[in-house]
Ligand binder design. Sequence first.
Ligand SMILES: [Zn+2]
Length: 119
Amino acid sequence: MDYEERELILELFPGTSPELLPLGEILYYRDGEGRVHILEKGPPELHLTLEPLGTPSAPQVCEACRRHLSGSALAFFRHPVGGRWEHVRYLILCQDTPSCAEHARPERLREILLRGILT
Ligand SMILES: [Zn+2]
């Protein structure tokens, strides 16, 4: 990816919506407290944190990697939409984030990320 291309666009067109920028490097990981982070390297750096809520009882499809997995391999997560907790979005993701990251397309992770931070 193109840090420089991204930077150039922002220089020429400040305030360009992140969805129109070339895809940056995406980091997708789980922290020690079980929260999931999706981060797109900048400029500008974009970051969404998802809180774990529990495990579905039946098999479901992971919304990041689209694999169909047993309930115990998955977890519910939530995040504020547009940075405001009055509007919350729930989704199902793998418990095993490294394995999910191997199968999830970066474009899909960005979609999830942008839905959380754009208003
Ligand atoms: Zn997954």
